[in-house]
Design a protein around this ligand. Structure first.
Ligand SMILES: [Zn+2]
Length: 369
């Protein structure tokens, strides 16, 4: 049966074709257009629709580079299904807010809202960020059965690829809406035990197939205002991932490309077997270690991505940049593996030092030979 032509953002994409375009989301005060760029690969054969989306947070642009490289390796004439790619979902947060030199800002500088806290967005009586979410949802995401949401270690930290599956808790608990009415209201009574089991099984299979050395499994109450939570409540299988950081090209980008292609292989959209690391672990506990104070951060040598550390081991020190006085000794609170590590020296209170997978909370592991 011949596949259908797709129209998205006013762009017509024939079966077997790749196309680029942008979603129109409004105008700013000086009439600058707000446009969200996309790439679509419309396969020749039937298969799932997947949304690959990066940079909801503008200070985390490395997912865009991973997706650019990965999709150059996908031939739409041999693809099964359709890939909707939104590599720069929150464009002004990349371009403004910090500066290009400091890799953008987490929120949208136009209204200071977080594009990962406003789903499914609104068109009327809505902030710009809500209108952008609405356009993404109505024009792209609502057509899909799968979502992969890419984040990175921000400008301050480098990070291994890691799958952060948000699964639904056994009791189907959904968080309440935010007080100011921004964000979604959940899915009512649709979360039957069958729905939860089916969704969680698909998320787990996708997380394992992504092929990161560590998977952080989370089953906390669903936040319907997050893109992953909104998908969870609407039959779209979401996977949150992180990879790379510091705005730099290194091995984490190549690994992120491999992981991205693994997902497409897992879903049967492209040919080939997933390329997996020798060992994969799934943990339930994961430490986001942040500084108590400010100063210059000096890492200990040997605290590299992927190394194992013991509880109490020194990761680095925050020093007074004038007097050399040690302000804080940063020690691992767990026996763990370093998943992200700070690469930027100046640090304010609360700055990211490391993400550490708690190896004592391992719930699954696999040797891939
Ligand atoms: Zn993020």
């Amino acid at each position: 049966m011949p596949r259908e032509t797709i129209t998205v953002g006013g762009v017509i994409v024939e079966p077997g074709q790749r196309a680029y375009g942008s979603l129109y989301a409004g105008h700013l005060a000086a009439r600058t257009e707000v446009r969200i760029p996309f790439q679509v690969l419309n396969g020749m054969a039937d298969g799932p629709n997947i949304c690959l989306e990066a940079t909801l947070h503008g200070w985390e642009p490395m997912g865009a580079e991973i997706l650019r490289r990965a999709l150059l390796q996908v031939d739409p004439a041999r693809l099964r299904g359709t890939i909707y790619c939104l590599p720069l979902a929150n464009p002004f947060s990349v371009e403004f807010g910090g500066s290009v030199e400091s890799t953008g800002t987490r929120v949208n500088p136009a209204d200071l809202l977080d594009l990962n806290r406003v789903w499914p967005g609104k068109r009327e009586n809505a902030w710009l960020t809500e209108q952008m979410a609405y356009v993404i949802w109505t024009e792209v995401l609502s057509r899909c059965q799968y979502l992969v949401d890419y984040h990175d270690g921000t400008g301050a930290c480098d990070e291994l690829p890691v799958a952060f599956p948000h699964a639904i808790p056994e009791d189907g608990a959904v968080q309440a809406t935010l007080a100011d009415g921004v964000g979604g209201s959940g899915g009512g009574n649709r979360l039957t035990s069958e729905y939860i089991a089916d969704m969680n099984g698909k998320i787990r299979a996708m997380a394992e197939a992504f092929g990161s050395p560590v998977i952080w499994w989370r089953q906390t109450p669903v936040n319907p205002a997050m893109i992953s939570g909104h998908c969870l409540l609407n039959g779209i299988v979401p996977l949150v991932v992180e990879a790379g950081g510091g705005g730099q090209i290194d091995f984490t980008i190549d690994q992120g490309v491999t992981c991205t292609l693994n997902i497409l292989k897992h879903l049967g959209m492209i040919d080939g077997e997933p390329v997996l690391p020798e060992r994969q672990l799934m943990v339930e506990q994961y430490v986001v270690y942040r500084s108590r104070t400010g100063g210059f951060y000096l890492p200990e040598s040997g605290i590299a991505l992927g190394v194992e550390v013991t509880k109490g081991q020194l990761l680095g020190q925050v020093i007074d940049p004038l007097t050399s006085e040690i302000q804080e000794e940063c020690r691992s609170p767990v026996n763990g593996m370093i998943i992200s590590r700070r690469i930027k020296m100046p640090i304010n209170p609360g700055g990211y030092i490391a993400h550490i997978a708690d190896l004592d909370s391992t719930i699954w592991s696999r040797e891939n030979g």
